[in-house]
Design a protein around this ligand. Structure first.
Ligand code: HEM
Length: 159
């Protein structure tokens, strides 16, 4: 990710202002439509999740400039996601839902360059989360999703 891409991700995210929560609520709607199996993983409603998600996205966008801070924060988030029953196959649908919601909410400001920058940023976050999830799964005897959330986990044939 280039410094220019980092700058446009931060600026565009900041420019959403209070609309970031609406963008995130839109994101959950799109995610559940694209991959209905993800809905069962969430216990909080989209409004509550939208607030948590944007607060975290805010912190990640800030932390991304400092590699160590970014890696620790996002690896931690990934490890928690293992316990939520999140699978690596979910990351694609989440990325697409996020990009589509950002495009809608950034309106005229959205262009190819901004899309490329956001995709790079999301892939960086997703890859860091997924490798932390894999470390957690390898450490435990049982599959990660057999934790507190086994009642809500959706089990794919693999992944
Ligand atoms: C950019 C990537 C992501 C970010 C920033 C993010 C952020 C968050 C945050 C802040 C929470 C609140 C709990 C916590 O902090 O541990 C959370 C929970 C959760 N996330 Fe994510 N997430 C991401 C990717 C994903 C993906 C790919 C999935 C797959 C469907 C997912 C599913 C969930 C679920 C199921 C919960 C638990 C909700 C509940 O307890 O009701 N997240 N996420």
């Amino acid at each position: 990710m280039t410094p220019e891409q980092l700058a446009v991700v931060r600026e565009s995210y900041a420019s959403l202002g209070p609309d970031a929560t609406a963008m995130a609520a839109d994101f959950y709607g799109r995610l559940f439509a694209a991959d209905p199996s993800t809905r069962a993983l969430f216990s909080d409603g989209p409004e509550v999740m939208a607030v948590k998600f944007t607060a975290e996205l805010d912190a990640i966008v800030e932390a991304i400039a400092s590699f160590d801070e970014f890696r620790l924060r996002v690896a931690d988030l990934g490890a928690r996601h293992a316990a939520y029953g999140v699978q690596t196959r979910h990351y694609g649908a989440v990325g697409e839902a996020l990009v589509a919601s950002l495009a809608t909410h950034l309106g005229d400001r959205w262009d190819d360059q901004l899309e490329a920058a956001w995709r790079r940023a999301y892939n960086l976050v997703a890859e860091t989360m997924m490798s932390a999830q894999q470390r957690v799964s390898r450490r435990s005897d049982a599959p990660a999703e057999r934790g507190a959330r086994s009642d809500r986990s959706v089990r794919p044939p693999h992944g």
